[in-house]
Design a protein around this ligand. Structure first.
Ligand code: 6PG
Length: 258
């Protein structure tokens, strides 16, 4: 499967500006996917950065976004209760999913509460099915994958130097040790699963991410295991929506902010 590497970078004066632009982009993409294929398979990011995006979508896009045709997946989850404040599902439910009419059977959360975590891995892998092969040209598991990055350049729950970075066949893995807070075991989509997408979009803000952003782009087109986000590919574009603080160490970043 051909994977593109050249990233599309958009830098905004503020994270709020990046969030507004990304909400518009996602709504347009969801409508296009729904027109073309009758559904929009969307992978949500965890952490804190996307909360404002989810709130904006549930507020300003309540009636424009094709929620009824949207299938929601998660890039990763913490091995905690779905009611825990550490749960990515809980964050997405509070900021988006309880406010918009995505059919409940179309909301596919990792069951992070299952023990051992391998049960949740097997369940989610069954849900996704096998990775499309070369024969399935044009088929992708996801229409759009939303990701964030940590200050260490991790994304989803793929941490620097982690064994999960070497996974080439499976779509989902358990990550026993998290490299960043919260230090709980995780569940994560793998690089091949993230690559089975029509686009990947990163939303990144804040000065604490600037060094990671700089080293990610310096490492392209190969990418580096020390910055897992640099290894993420898509069948379509890889887009970066950055605020000026996160882009501060990129060449010429100040000039391009919108
Ligand atoms: C998680 C996320 C993780 C997140 C980054 C950035 O489970 O923590 O999936 O990959 O996107 O850690 O988190 P912030 O948006 O909170 O900085």
């Amino acid at each position: 499967m051909e994977h593109r590497v050249t990233p599309e970078i958009r830098v905004f004066a503020t994270l709020s500006g990046a969030t507004s632009a990304l909400a518009r982009h996602l709504c347009a993409g969801a409508l296009e996917a729904t027109r073309a294929r009758g559904r929009f398979a969307w992978v949500l990011a965890g952490g804190h950065t996307p909360e404002a995006l989810y709130r904006r979508l549930s507020d300003r896009y309540a009636h424009r976004f094709p929620w009824a045709q949207t299938e929601v997946y998660f890039g990763d989850e913490r091995c905690v209760s779905p009611r825990s404040s550490q749960s990515n599902y809980a964050m997405a439910r509070a900021s988006l999913l309880r406010h918009v009419p995505v059919p409940r059977p179309s909301i596919h959360r990792f069951r992070g509460e299952l023990r051992p975590p391998s049960r949740a891995v097997a369940e989610y892998a069954r849900l996704l099915g096998p990775l499309p092969t070369q024969r399935d040209r044009g088929h992708a598991l996801f229409d759009s994958v939303l990701l964030g990055i940590g200050p260490d350049g991790h994304t989803a729950s793929l941490f620097p130097g982690g064994a999960a970075l070497h996974e080439r066949r499976r779509t989902v893995v358990a990550v026993p040790r998290s490299g960043q807070p919260p230090f709980v075991p995780r569940l994560s989509l793998t690089l091949p699963a993230l690559a089975s997408s029509r686009e990947v979009v990163f939303l990144v803000g804040g000065a604490e991410k600037a060094e990671a952003i700089s080293s990610i782009f310096r490492s392209l087109p190969q990418g580096t295991m020390t910055r897992p986000a640099s290894l993420v590919r898509s069948q379509g574009p890889t887009r970066w929506f950055l605020d000026r603080a996160a882009a501060a160490l990129l060449p010429g970043a100040g000039a391009s902010a919108r």
